[in-house]
Design a protein around this ligand. Structure first.
Ligand SMILES: Nc1ncnc2c1ncn2[C@@H]1O[C@H](COP(=O)(O)OP(=O)(O)OP(=O)(O)O)[C@@H](O)[C@H]1O
Ligand SMILES: [Mg+2]
Length: 386
């Protein structure tokens, strides 16, 4: 199906804050788009509107160049895995998987082959004779996934389909879903998760929602390298970005930032007209390391070590600096002792800057190095005032 579009879509339930607010988003044919955000941000509601299970309060939804806002779910050629997966309790796994194809009157032999294929991919081949009540949560979730996979629809909608799986199985299923998506070349997948690692590893593009609003949509690299707001900056990436108050000044036409008792020149372009102001300085833990290994021009900050977290490949250490506690990435050995003096450093090229009042990035996103990022929208539903 060529393309999907949310066009100024709102979903309002009674008098509470909008579940979805002025969502405009294009999803290309064959694209794997991830909707990510905290609980309650409107992910499931957006997906249900694509499936036709909810009608937008305002706005239109387009599929393949057709306005489908008023088209019922059964006529949308969409396969959805629900967050609260409902299986038929009195049917075996085999019958649950075969239910859709049977309703569509597909040939019996073809159905058998498809069920076996899908069961094989999902590692549930040995469970075909069991009933859902005899399965673990993760096994049930895989059956629910299988029911969607058995079709080859124009659009896959998946609402946290891996949330009940253990870590190893989740990584394996992620790979299977990406493989499935690649095989169905023209099928778009819209995938919901609250897990930013899942979002970054699976999405061609990732859309970050907060309180019903789309904050930013971009490739995983764009979101990581050029977050448009402090929220996106701290939501994407683990451990979370350090955010420190600072002051931007323009000295001899060049932007300089003072923070943590240090001062440095900003070596990349700011938005036109960016003047002196209070800023929030963002530094990813991965961009903050031991000063001894820092490149020339790095900014050095002295502090004392606090808690250290081993990840196997590195240590993320909290460093108490005057005015802020920063998380820095240190080599895995030697393991630093607690409360030891340490000097950490960052390269000003890796710094992110946000206006402290609006929380928006003040990097010049029209610059090639920082392009491709949407601005957060602020709007009110049609016919209302904010
Ligand atoms: N049928 C409904 N009636 C009233 N409010 C609703 C309804 N469905 C959802 N909401 C509200 O809309 C907002 C968005 O809900 P939604 O289910 O889309 O969130 P979500 O991002 O999927 O969250 P989660 O990660 O917890 O599944 C929430 O505040 C929720 O309480
Ligand atoms: Mg949900």
């Amino acid at each position: 199906m060529p393309g999907l579009r949310f066009e100024h879509v709102w979903k309002l339930y009674g008098r509470q804050a909008p579940a979805v607010a002025d969502l405009s988003l294009d999803i290309a044919e064959g694209e794997f788009l991830v909707l990510v955000g905290a609980s309650g941000c409107g992910k499931t509601t957006s997906l249900r509107m694509l499936a036709g299970l909810e009608r937008p309060s305002y706005g239109r939804i387009w599929m393949g160049g057709k306005d489908v806002t008023d088209i019922p779910p059964g006529r949308r050629d969409v396969s959805m895995v629900f967050q609260s997966y409902a299986l038929y309790p009195n049917m075996t796994v085999y019958k649950n998987l075969a239910f859709g194809p049977r309703v569509r009157r597909e040939p019996r032999e073809h159905i058998r082959r498809r069920v076996e294929e899908v069961a094989e991919i999902l590692g549930i081949g040995g469970l075909l004779d069991r009933h859902p009540g005899e399965l673990s949560g993760g096994q049930r979730q895989r059956v629910a996934l299988g029911r969607a996979m058995i079709r080859e629809p124009s659009l896959f909608l998946m609402d946290e389909p891996l949330s009940n799986l253990d870590a190893a199985l989740r990584v394996q299923m992620r790979a299977e879903l990406i493989r499935l998506h690649k095989r169905l070349e023209r099928t778009a997948t819209v995938y919901v998760t609250h897990d930013q690692v899942e979002a970054l590893t699976m999405g061609d593009r990732v859309a970050v929602l907060k309180d019903g609003s789309l904050l930013q949509v971009g490739t995983p690299a764009e979101l990581y390298d050029a977050p448009a707001t402090v929220y996106v900056a701290t939501f994407i990436g683990s451990p979370a970005m350090n955010v420190i108050p600072g002051r931007l000044s323009i000295v001899g036409g060049r932007p300089r930032v003072a923070c943590l008792g240090a001062e440095f020149e900003v070596p990349w372009p700011l938005r036109p007209g960016a003047a002196a102001r209070d800023v929030l300085v963002g530094i990813r833990p991965d961009d903050l390391g031991p000063a001894a290994r820092a490149p020339r021009g790095a900014v050095r900050i002295g502090g004392r070590t606090d808690v250290c977290e081993q990840t196997g490949i590195a240590i993320y250490a909290t460093v108490n600096c005057p005015g802020a506690a920063l998380v820095a990435r240190l080599p895995r050995s030697p393991v630093p002792a607690a409360n030891q003096p340490i000097e950490v450093a960052f390269d000003p090229r890796d710094v992110h800057l946000f206006d402290s009042r609006t929380q928006a990035s003040i990097a010049d996103r029209s610059h090639p190095a920082l392009a491709g990022v949407a601005s957060p929208a602020a709007a009110a539903p049609p016919g209302t005032t904010k």
